[in-house]
Write a protein that binds this ligand. Structure first.
Ligand code: AGP
Length: 589
């Protein structure tokens, strides 16, 4: 989703900004722009499309800023790309978030200002311009920002004053300082790791002013605060983020899964896990909150907590939190799950639950992110940076941690570690060239020509079916639906036609016979059954054998789902790591 990058006191500010934007690319965007301060105004370059091998033609400057835009208000055009300037071209803005009251603000400005874009962002720059005569630049920005509704992060620049104001009520924004005392801003901690020595993520309600290379921190109500920068997170500074010889980040990240799972199994007794186990044990009830794949991990969590610990937890998609929040009480505990830790639909519920006095814990991959900062206890996923938009190793890490937690609450910690190690071994086999050649390669041509396909599972395998269908949709752009096997007869079976492929997740557990019976029902209507199991069955037209790992079998099964989606997408020539329309970090509602 939208990304901001800015630097002050750099001889070649535009180069640094363009490099910074390239590091934000993985978040997902559809247009970009860079600007520098020059002779009391700005030189700007903006383009629809990807940065690719673009070079800029901007002059040398000591203050530069840029933006990657993921369109919300207005189409993907050069004009709608940020930065935006006021009518006098003396102030400029880059913005993440949504200005919910932009239409109302725009109404009163339209007669006196020229709008050059369809964005909500441009409204703010004209509000500032309109009021600039009455107050200082910094105070004008502060007052104007306070008039906005919604969750926003902005950087506003004055070319005349050589001043930058950063303000935030939502969306990530991190201040960094290089060893040469240059200041940087980015929406993404990882993008600062190689250049910033110290960092300080801004909290909602804060404002930073940089002028003459001095930096000051304020609240949005104008109160001065002490600014302490901390050493950039060791996790990111120590890890090289490249493809490591793999064709795509997704392939590399899938191959990292056995190591990630082993590490989680081996570090199951860590302090934060023990703390979280205590919270879960003492809570009357609990709720998981997550979006997309993290929601599917949450669904797996409900089944794992019930099975191992006889704890009845519910799972809610962060964006539907409002529907259940009236029933929450302070005796409940929450576990928020997020790879990025910046998904606004998870961060906002977490804040609300804290206000209600609930215990709010988190499973997060990006330490230093908003969710990790606000949770009472955070377990780091330790999956390492995940660059591909489609989540793989972060999702299997989430489920592995949930297995550790559930088995620990149910006093079966050693058993939990044992099944994770079995899952690790099973996944290693799936990732071999032999497995690809013998089992996956023959099935990919069939999948690649489909318009629709289905995935079914029961119990632990229901989230597996949902997750595998999501992977196929996200990167191969094939319409794929995941169902609970038992739901078929309640409607979905009407969609089965001769030749429709249906992937059946059939672990060797209590649900095996039932899910095979569901597969038979589909087959009887012409569906082509692709069975994923350790146990072959005559109902499967195609059989993909997967080593059993007891209750952790969903992990290798999810990996088969990933591999089917990956190789289908490769065959279709899709943009694997940056699928169309998607963003890695969803920071707007
Ligand atoms: C997964 O492949 C997706 N890209 C997406 O559903 C993702 O899981 C979701 O947006 C949540 O992101 P988070 O884990 O960073 O909160």
């Amino acid at each position: 989703m939208c990304g901001i990058f800015a630097v002050t006191k750099q001889k070649n500010a535009a180069d640094t900004v363009l490099n910074g934007l390239k590091q934000l690319e993985y978040r997902g965007y559809d247009s970009w722009g860079v600007a520098v301060v020059t002779h009391n105004t700005f030189a700007v370059e903006k383009h629809a499309g990807k940065i690719g091998a673009s070079v800029h033609s901007l002059p040398q400057s000591t203050m530069g800023f840029g933006h990657t835009r993921w369109a919300t208000h207005g189409g993907v055009t050069d004009a709608n790309a940020h930065p935006h300037l006021d009518c006098t071209k003396r102030i400029a803005i880059v913005h993440n978030g949504i200005i919910e009251n932009y239409q109302e603000l725009k109404k009163s400005l339209k007669k006196r200002h020229t709008f050059r874009s369809e964005t909500d962002t441009e409204v703010l720059i004209h509000v500032i311009e309109e009021n600039l005569q009455k107050n200082t630049f910094v105070e004008t920005v502060r007052h104007a920002f306070q008039r906005l509704h919604g969750l926003n992060a902005v950087l506003v620049f004055s070319a005349e004053d050589h001043t930058l104001v950063a303000a935030k009520t939502g969306s990530p924004l991190i201040l960094g300082r290089t060893k040469d005392s240059e200041y940087l801003f980015s929406s993404d901690l990882a993008s600062l790791s190689t250049i910033a020595e110290k960092v300080r993520p801004l909290e909602d309600g804060e404002m930073v002013v940089v002028r003459n290379n001095t930096v000051r921190l304020y609240t949005l109500s104008g109160k001065k605060k002490t600014l302490k920068l901390a050493t950039a997170d060791a996790l990111f500074s120590s890890q090289k983020v490249d493809k490591g010889g793999y064709a795509h980040f997704m392939l590399k990240e899938m191959h990292e899964q056995p190591r990630v799972i082993r590490h989680i199994a081996e570090s199951a007794q860590q302090k934060n896990t023990t703390e979280l186990v205590a919270h879960i044990k003492h809570a009357e009830r609990g709720v998981f909150v997550g979006c997309g794949s993290a929601y599917y991990a949450s669904l797996a969590g409900t089944a794992l907590f019930a099975h191992f610990a006889q704890k009845q937890w519910s799972a809610v998609q962060g964006n539907e939190y409002h529907a259940i929040s009236p029933a929450l009480t302070k005796n409940m505990t929450a576990l928020c799950i997020s790879q990025s830790g910046e998904t606004i639909d998870v961060v906002e519920p977490a804040k609300d639950m804290k206000k209600r006095g609930m215990h709010v814990d988190a499973l997060v991959n990006v330490m230093g992110s908003a969710l990790s900062r606000l949770a009472d206890t955070t377990i780091p996923l330790t999956a390492g940076p995940e660059i591909c938009v489609a989540s793989t190793k972060a999702l299997t890490a989430m489920i592995s941690h949930l297995i550790v937690l559930a088995s620990a609450v149910g006093r079966k910690c050693v058993y939990g570690q044992g099944i994770l190690k079995k899952a690790e071994k099973s996944i290693e086999t799936l990732l071999t060239p032999q497995y690809y050649k013998r089992y996956l390669a023959p099935v990919i041509p069939l999948l690649a020509k489909q318009k629709n396909m289905f995935y079914i599972g029961r119990g632990f395998s229901y989230p597996t079916a949902l997750e595998s269908a999501l992977k196929m949709k996200e990167i191969a752009y094939i319409h794929a639906e995941g169902f609970a096997g038992g739901e078929l007869k309640h409607g979905m079976i009407a969609l089965i036609e001769k030749g429709t492929p249906c992937v059946v997740f059939a672990p060797d557990d209590a649900e095996y016979d039932a899910v095979v019976a569901n597969a038979m029902e589909i087959r009887a209507r012409g569906g082509v059954m692709i069975g994923i199991s350790s146990k072959p069955n005559s109902t499967f037209d195609i059989f993909l054998p997967v080593g059993d790992a007891q209750e952790a079998t969903l992990l290798p099964h999810i990996v088969v789902g990933q591999l089917l989606a990956y190789y289908t997408a490769v065959r279709l020539g899709r943009d694997i790591d940056k699928p169309r329309n998607l963003a890695k970090s969803v920071t707007v509602k």
